[in-house]
Design a protein around this ligand. Sequence first.
Ligand code: SF4
Ligand code: SF4
Length: 380
Amino acid sequence: MRAQTMAYFDQLIPSGMVMAKEAKEQGRNVVGYYCVFSPIELIEAAGAVPVGLCATKQEPIAEAEKVLPRNLCPLVKSSYGFAVSGKCPFFHFADIVLAETTCDGKKKMYELLAEHKPMIVLDIPNSSNLEDRQGHWVKQIYRAKDYFEKNLDVKISKEKLAEVIRTYNEERKLLMELVSLNKLHPTPISGTDLLKVLWGRSFQFKRDEYTAKVKELIAELKEMTAKGEGASQSSSKRILITGCPTGTGQEKVMQVIEEAGGAIVLQESCSGIKGLVDLVSEEMDPFEALAEKYSKIPCSCSSPNTGRFELLSRLVEEYNVDGVVDITLQACHTYNIESYSIKEHLKKNHNIPLLQIETDYSDADRQQIKLRVDAFLEML
Ligand code: SF4
Ligand code: SF4
């Protein structure tokens, strides 16, 4: 059973393209970004429109491979291919790209992409020592503030930033309320629909309209639950997705799991709740508060990435998870290596198995993935 409100979220990305065009026509600045480390509140406080940039489809990869090596993560190749081929309207409308030094593939790709668009690259530290990170991050937040003020000809006040932080915190709380509905048996919303709501958020910038629809969706899902309706069966095995981001256009693993009868309760990844679980402090100086929130994101590019282990421990218990599927994109060394430690952690501390699926954006391995997922669900 599917909520009718999902029809709105089915159209989020196409309608976001129209909105980006309208924003430009109205003379507004547009800032594009790729990563969950991007402090989007700062963009909004600069009076600009923050937009996610296209990165999760196979289509532009051939174009990217004319310049980039083939044995590179598909997310990096797709980002570059979309941008340089003119197939990402959000990149086209962006005045500036807010990039970041995370994995090697991305930071070297940004050097090439900077030839196509003005860009600021945040220097993200690899160390997960929070004290070191905070000081480093504060400098990066102020660097971005200065860059936006100079290049967009604006001033970013503490008051405006504090106001935007409150708005985004409310949205994060609302989205976590939606995700939390999947603690129920059966799950009220499928993993692929949840992906549409969460991933689509980056491409939709009428915040009031979006949050009103999320509220409507929550209300509808609660009504469905009261009638005993859900997106899965009570007996379905409950699966948590972790690993590399899985955006719309590359959700084949999630589709295979749901077609095989598994219930995806949530995604821990960046395309799921990784950026939503922690709020920005409303008590601190707003620039330092942004630094604190973004410095804590548990990405495998940080070492050691203990926050991911802690978050997964919490989620597998709260969501009554039967098994974890770790989606690793080919040539993503950090997530690939971390998969072993995550598997051991889940086995030792929660007695929960992990299935690692290493894949790309093509459909060539769908049947092979199906065989492995069927066997995994059977074993649970
Ligand atoms: S996994 Fe890391 S690099 Fe990738 S989007 Fe998330 S925070 Fe950014
Ligand atoms: S999935 Fe891995 S290799 Fe690809 S962009 Fe993200 S961190 Fe880099």
